[in-house]
Design a protein around this ligand. Structure first.
Ligand SMILES: [Zn+2]
Length: 130
């Protein structure tokens, strides 16, 4: 037995929208873009300093690619395509830099990993090995 909500979802009309695969992808892109602000805000409040975690860049990249796909395959709107065609470049670059700096981080005996240029551990104050 199919209830009304299931029937509406299966027939392609849900919440008054005729859903297509690309509309779902487009909305996922919007959700990623919205969520990245919450992630960045939470990380900043938690540390009480401005922080841009790698999750922010992953959500930005995913959102950008979803919206670019939606623009290319659903709307075919040149303005929308152009708006998302190049923004993935700084997102990728920031992810590469983030990965490299994390790999180059220096370890302390207490377990905290510090930036490569740090002299002392921010957690225990010990001098980091050269
Ligand atoms: Zn330490």
């Amino acid at each position: 037995m199919i209830d009304g909500l299931t029937f509406a979802a299966l027939s392609g009309a849900f919440l008054g929208v005729d859903w297509t695969t690309w509309k779902v992808v487009g909305w996922l892109g919007n959700i990623c873009f919205f969520t990245r602000f919450a992630v960045q805000w939470y990380a900043t409040e938690r540390r009480q300093q401005v922080v841009v975690p790698s999750a922010f860049w992953w959500l930005s990249l995913t959102g950008c690619l979803c919206l670019l796909s939606y623009a290319c395959f659903e709307t075919r709107n040149a303005i929308f395509i152009f708006a998302n065609a190049f923004s993935w470049i700084p997102y990728m670059r920031n992810l590469v830099i983030h990965h490299r700096s994390r790999r180059a981080a220096r370890s302390c005996a207490c377990g905290l990993r510090s930036p490569v240029h740090a002299i002392y551990c921010a957690q225990c104050g010990a001098k980091l090995p050269e």
